[in-house]
Write a protein that binds this ligand. Sequence first.
Ligand SMILES: Nc1ncnc2c1ncn2[C@@H]1O[C@H](COP(=O)(O)OP(=O)(O)O)[C@@H](O)[C@H]1O
Ligand SMILES: [Mg+2]
Length: 159
Amino acid sequence: MKCFLADDGATTELAGRLNSVLPDETSGWTLLLEGELGAGKSTFARALIQSMGHKGTVPSPTYTLVEPYHVAGRSIYHIDLYRIASEEELRYLGWGELEDGFRLVEWPDRAPSLAASADLRLRLSYAESGRNGQFDGLSARGCEVIERLAGATNINLQD
Ligand SMILES: Nc1ncnc2c1ncn2[C@@H]1O[C@H](COP(=O)(O)OP(=O)(O)O)[C@@H](O)[C@H]1O
Ligand SMILES: [Mg+2]
């Protein structure tokens, strides 16, 4: 699913729409957030975490690598792999201990093996003063969510 996100508000709205079509049970789900610096990965993650019910700020996990949230009976892990130099370093992050939650991963290209077990991928890229977004399902359950998202979204859809 492709969309044009004219400003931050559109990125935030897309996150809200995703929240509205996610199942109640999201433990073990992984969403990959791809795009260069400033593409809007953290903007999207912040909006999604807040629309899942978190009140308050969503600090960048650039230095902590993982910021955990426990909200409305759900665990959410906001992960930033920017500072990871190799896939082996994932073990320092305790990836195995994050299985109970919904994992939002910025810079997933640092650990290419994650894609094989991920459910959703959002690719963001610069498009004049806005952004292009491409949302894909990477698993069967992820594809179902994208179908529902496409039905629930009217943000200047292309395709
Ligand atoms: N759809 C959009 N159009 C224009 N600007 C956006 C859009 N989404 C986010 N932004 C802005 O672009 C910047 C993105 O920063 P950030 O979300 O930290 O990016 P990243 O995490 O990808 O490095 C922020 O200043 C944000 O306000
Ligand atoms: Mg970021």
